[in-house]
Design a protein around this ligand. Structure first.
Ligand code: IVH
Length: 784
């Protein structure tokens, strides 16, 4: 086969995969296969530059930067749409359409004629025109003022789902496609995170990000941004395509053009309203942002009959959703103290309605965010409320900054307890050195002496997923703290009937109930207890890992940060948080009091076998981060020298027998530093003390009975909640997943189980009903 034939074959195949992926939403090959074909094409084209054509899928990389965009005149003007904000506006629009088309209106005996409308989401991006001549993309332009736009041909070519060449046949020789260029919510988040990482410009919303990415003189930047295109109509065409709007879009789809998956027919305005409500409910779950829906008269003949009024078609209207963004003023910035002492700036706003809800506060997260936004007290800001998330300050409108605007300063003392406020430190280890840098978070050092932290700590301690003490709501905790009845979680266990019965909302029965609930909570599992302590950055999962791996509170309390980093998903930063928490005198004394007050931890035991097996000497050496010594180097070193002491004592000659000269020197240099020797020795000593033996290196992890298995829970269980069932399975070492696949070991199906059960049966997996599950648990020694 000649290179030319193969190149054509590869392009056709890649185009087809693209079409399946972007237009039909039915990917046909794994990404890796696509990448392989793509690289093959790139390589062939590099060998034969004369065979490169502009429609090749490799040509989406952008070109030389421009100094300015040239202007493009739109043969058919790019118009805008009239807006409907309320149902009535939409009924008015429909009435005008019915009248304009001279259709019978509703009378006493009938509902009149239902106009055939098309419904599409109104994407929040930028309008773009794409010109195809003989099926090839020859020009891309912005809308501009509707008559003249800017030539962004090179930029649009970099958008993955814009066809460089139309497929199939029957397209008009001249075809101008119109649609929206936008950025998905996920793409926007990813871009902003990447920009923040490199200290670049972040964007207030996906629309701004799309605009900023598309109108780049350097198209290579556009190429690196996650832009997408969605077609919603045509401009100039050399011949008619179809009789209806939907018919037109469907033809375009067949030629490879991405159109909205939400495109629907509606018979009459009532169905339009149904569509609006339905998509409104799903708005937050859509992968892209929409600011409303667009209704268009479907028949193109009717569209022509209706024509235009000023710059808007009489046959289409945008039905807007309530805005998610509004402008308001920052009246003040206050500081809230959370459970871990984090002092968080909160903007007090002039109350404003955003998408139907009055917003008066917005979190500013931390001082880095305040600096990034450059927000000052008195500023006018754009705030945004999306879904259920807390309102966010997106951007400062600097032009509106008043002369008396005040800078935001972090208080030096805690606004609640007056203790010192300190900036957190971030510990990173690389190239054998631990570096400490400033974190974004400031903390009140008052710990449980700070009433704000104490209240939050107790609220967390008693919460359902922690110690699960029922009958103690936030208000009651506040009262108990404010009345001086409790000063730490340990004091809960000393509460007496007389202490609570007089509190607001408590009577005899509820006081007794609370005391019983407190008494009942005295036998938590180790994992629950660790979680309940509220160690910064330690959620339920991390608590489980700590409990399962180290087996006892004692070991968790003394574990060195380097030892903790052996555990799955614990990095050095979290390891330091855990270590610091248990180093703190006050925390240690609270834990001691809890145990004195009768708390008995359950499920304490030995060091987990998996953990013992993972703590190899080579692993320890690799963790020390000696420059240029990775896991392989560490293995070689251990194979040769066998023990830590011999490695520490080894001279250059010994080391060079195991390692390359550069690595050998690095090891020597590292262990010449006293503190490095001491660190390695203390980590080793602790691992030994925990019962770990270097001899266990080769041994395979024995683990728990369900170690390595994945279970799925579905349907409802009567004898226990799903959370409880999950805990029990996890205590046996199983992973509990949300969906069934061929890798699932067993499915527990209660009444009402649906598609997951069906899939399990189809795959021939082991399925247990609740009785069988309970029997299985009791075989494993777990009571229900
Ligand atoms: S139709 C003559 N359909 O909304 C009709 N526009 O204010 C031209 N837009 O500039 C537009 N989604 O950028 C149409 N499904 C959709 C749309 C849509 C978003 C934007 C478009 C246009 C603006 C109209």
């Amino acid at each position: 086969m000649t290179a030319q034939t193969r190149i054509l074959e590869l392009r056709a195949e890649l185009d087809q995969h693209n079409y399946r992926y972007y237009v039909l939403d039915e990917p046909s090959v794994p990404d890796a296969e696509y990448d392989r074909l793509f690289r093959e094409l790139q390589a062939l084209e590099a060998e034969h530059p004369e065979l490169v054509t502009p429609d090749s899928p490799t040509q989406r990389v952008g070109g030389a930067a421009l100094s300015a965009f040239t202007q493009v005149r739109h043969e058919v003007p790019m118009l805008s749409l009239g807006n409907a904000f309320e149902e009535n506006d939409l009924r008015e629009f429909d009435r005008r359409v019915v009248e304009g088309l001279d259709l019978p209106t509703g009378d006493l005996f009938g509902a009149g004629v239902a106009v055939d409308y098309s419904c599409e989401p109104k994407l929040d991006g930028l309008a773009v025109s794409l010109l195809y001549r003989d099926g090839l993309l020859v020009q891309g332009a912005t809308r501009g003022d509707g008559t003249t736009g800017e030539d962004i041909s090179v930029n649009v070519r970099t958008i993955r789902n814009v066809p460089l060449k139309l497929q199939g046949k029957g397209w008009p020789a001249v075809l101008e496609v119109r649609g929206e260029v936008f950025m998905s919510k996920e793409g926007f988040e990813r871009l902003n995170a990447a920009q923040a990482e490199i200290g670049g410009k972040t964007f207030a919303n996906p629309r701004n990000a799309a605009a900023g990415s598309l109108r780049q003189l350097d198209s290579k930047i556009t190429a690196s941004r996650p832009l997408e295109f969605c077609c919603y109509g045509v401009g100039q065409v050399s011949e008619a395509i179809a009789d209806t709007h939907i018919g037109t879009l469907e033809k375009l789809k067949g030629w490879g053009m991405p159109i909205s998956r939400e495109l629907r027919h509606a018979a009459g305005i009532k169905e339009c309203l149904d569509y609006y409500r339905d998509i409104g409910e799903r708005r937050n779950a859509l992968p892209y942002e929409i600011d409303g829906v667009v209704f268009k008269v479907n028949s193109l003949a009717s569209q022509r009959e209706l024509g235009f009024r000023a710059r808007e078609p009489r046959w289409a209207i945008a039905h807007k959703f309530p805005a998610m963004e509004e402008l308001t003023e920052v009246l003040d910035v206050e500081f809230q103290v959370g459970r871990t002492g984090a002092v968080t700036p909160v903007a007090r706003l002039k109350p404003v309605k955003v998408a139907g809800v009055t917003v008066a506060n917005a979190t500013l997260h931390n001082m880095d965010e305040v600096a990034r936004l450059g927000v000052m007290i008195g500023d006018t800001v754009i705030i945004r409320r999306a879904g259920d998330v807390i309102p966010q300050v997106m951007q400062v409108v600097t032009e509106r900054r008043p002369a008396d605007a005040r800078a935001v300063h972090i208080p030096t003392q805690c606004p609640v307890c007056g203790s010192q406020v300190e900036r957190t430190q971030l510990v990173k280890r690389s190239k054998g050195k631990e570096t400490v840098s400033e974190g974004a978070v400031y903390r009140c050092v008052g710990r449980l002496a700070c009433r704000a932290q104490l209240k939050q700590a107790i609220i967390h301690y008693v919460s359902r997923r922690a110690m699960d003490i029922e009958g103690l709501g936030e208000k009651s905790v506040e009262q108990l703290v404010d009345e001086g009845l409790i000063a730490s979680p340990a004091d809960l266990y000393r509460l007496k009937f007389e202490d609570i019965v007089d509190l607001e909302g408590f009577a005899e029965v509820s006081s007794n109930k609370l005391l019983a609930a407190i008494a009942d909570s005295k036998r938590p599992s180790l994992a629950r207890f660790i979680y309940a302590l509220g160690i910064p950055d330690v959620g339920e999962e991390t608590a489980k890992v700590l409990a399962r791996s180290l087996g006892s509170l004692q070991r968790v309390m003394v574990a060195l940060p380097q030892v903790l980093t052996y555990l799955p998903d614990i990095g050095l930063e979290v390891a330091h948080e855990i270590h610091n928490f248990f180093e703190d005198e006050h925390n240690r004394s609270v834990i001691a009091q809890l145990l004195e007050n009768g708390l008995q931890l359950q499920e304490e035991g030995e060091l987990a076998a998996e953990f013992a097996a993972s703590t190899t000497l080579a692993g320890l050496i690799a963790k020390l981060d000696i420059p240029s010594v990775g896991p392989t180097g560490a293995e070689k070193l251990v194979a040769k020298l066998q023990s830590l002491e011999r490695i520490i004592a080894a001279d250059g000659i010994d080391l060079r027998q195991a390692l390359a000269a550069k690595q050998a020197d690095a090891v020597r240099e590292f262990f010449l530093v006293e503190s490095n020797q001491a660190l390695a020795r203390s980590v080793e000593a602790q691992l030994r003390e925990f019962g770990m033996h270097w001899e266990s290196e080769k041994k395979v992890a024995q683990g728990l009975p369900l170690a390595g298995q994945t279970w799925v829970l579905t349907g409802s269980l009567e004898r226990m909640s799903r959370d409880v069932a999950k805990d029990k399975l996890e205590s046996l070492g199983a992973k509990v997943a949300g969906s069934v696949s061929a890798k699932t070991h067993c499915v527990v199906a209660g009444p009402g189980a649906g598609s997951k059960l069906a899939k399990a049966t189809e795959l021939g997996l082991r399925v247990l009903d609740e009785d069988a599950f309970v029997a299985f648990l009791s075989e494993q020694g777990i009571a229900v």
